[in-house]
Design a protein around this ligand. Structure first.
Ligand code: CO8
Length: 301
């Protein structure tokens, strides 16, 4: 509830009064260009380009250096998705990165290290909110993965309907939580099972595997590989195909496939927050995170 209130306060959604005008292409109503211009400027870590003619929005993550998902970043992301979801003219969302070599480094480790239980709880609610909003979105969602995408970055990608990854062997993707000494929660695991099946998930999660693009394609963790400079254009082309399917039928089908997984979290949200907070604030887990952060710094040096 607190997060929703924060989202609304930050986005001004309670006073969100779109100026509606007829949209010729789909017989729908679209938000005026003025409002869209305002949206573009309202956020710093996320840039949204929405084309009213195609009904497709491209969300660029631009939080240097590695698009790590901090509380602020997640809040902006949720606001951006919520605004697009409310806009009947927006039918498709492509998520990509403006950072070189990285799609998203996953959850911001500094949000989980040395923080109070209250702050950790607030952070975790934002992670849940991001997943719920995108996984159950009525829009077609495509991840244009133009760089590495570990842990929460991989979650963000598999939360979308379709994944296109840059074919660069230096990039990796996967749920590597166990390598940090932490455990991917049940809904990360469920999303992964829904994407690559039980056996692949078992191996991937126990070993904390990070896959190269070709390995990821082989197990179905991504759907398509293309040269690095074609990731976004391919996402646009793919979006056109998905949007050609009768919308109502596609949305009901998506909901039918995903609702049981979504319901599992929505009916256990508070318990999941408590689990996270009590796990992450343990001394032994804090020690593991500290060692991992040091390892990241050593690797850089
Ligand atoms: N959070 C915070 N800071 C990060 C993160 C992160 N996830 N990733 C990188 N950074 C920092 C680095 O420490 C470095 O900081 P500084 O400049 O101050 O030294 C800076 O970002 C740049 O990092 P690199 O030099 O490593 O950048 P590269 O371009 O060489 O590599 C990578 C990019 C591949 C993304 C690399 O940074 C990397 O592997 N990062 C770690 C990714 C990772 O393991 N993320 C896991 C996060 S945990 C998660 O998402 C799910 C948790 C579920 C919790 C469940 C508990 C119950």
């Amino acid at each position: 509830m607190a997060l929703r209130a924060a989202l609304r306060a930050k986005s001004g959604l309670s006073g969100f009064l779109p100026q509606l005008s007829p949209c010729s292409s789909h017989g729908r109503v679209c938000v005026s260009p003025i409002l869209i211009a305002q949206r573009r400027n309202s956020s710093t870590k996320i840039k949204v380009d929405f084309d009213q003619n195609t009904g497709v929005a491209v969300m660029h993550m631009q939080s240097p250096p590695v698009n790590s998902l901090s509380l602020d970043f997640l809040t902006e992301l949720c606001i951006g998705v919520e605004k697009l979801e409310m806009d009947k003219g927006c039918r498709g969302l492509i998520i990509t990165s403006n950072q070189p070599k990285v799609f998203s480094a996953g959850l911001d480790i500094l949000e989980m290290y040395g923080k109070s239980p209250e702050r950790c709880g607030e952070f975790w609610k934002a992670v849940q909110e991001m997943w719920l909003k995108i996984y159950s979105s009525n829009m077609v969602t495509i991840a244009a993965i133009n760089g590495s995408s570990p842990a929460g970055g991989c979650l963000l990608a598999i939360t979308c309907d379709y994944r296109i990854m840059a074919d660069n062997p230096r990039f990796t993707i996967g749920l590597n939580e166990t390598q940090l000494g932490i455990v991917a929660p049940f809904w990360f695991k469920d999303t992964m099972v829904n994407t690559v099946g039980h056996r692949n998930t078992e191996m991937a999660l126990e070993l904390g595997l990070l896959y190269s693009p070709s390995e990821a394609l082989k197990i179905g963790l991504v759907d398509q590989l293309v040269p690095e400079d074609q990731v976004l254009t391919t996402a646009m082309q793919t979006m056109t195909k998905w949007l050609a399917i009768p919308e109502h039928a596609r949305q009901i089908t998506k909901s039918m496939m995903r609702k049981p997984t979504v319901d599992k979290l929505t009916s256990n949200r508070e318990a999941d927050v408590q689990n996270f907070v009590s796990f992450i604030t343990k001394d032994s887990i804090q020690k593991s995170l500290c060692m991992y952060l040091e390892m990241l710094k050593r690797k850089k040096a």
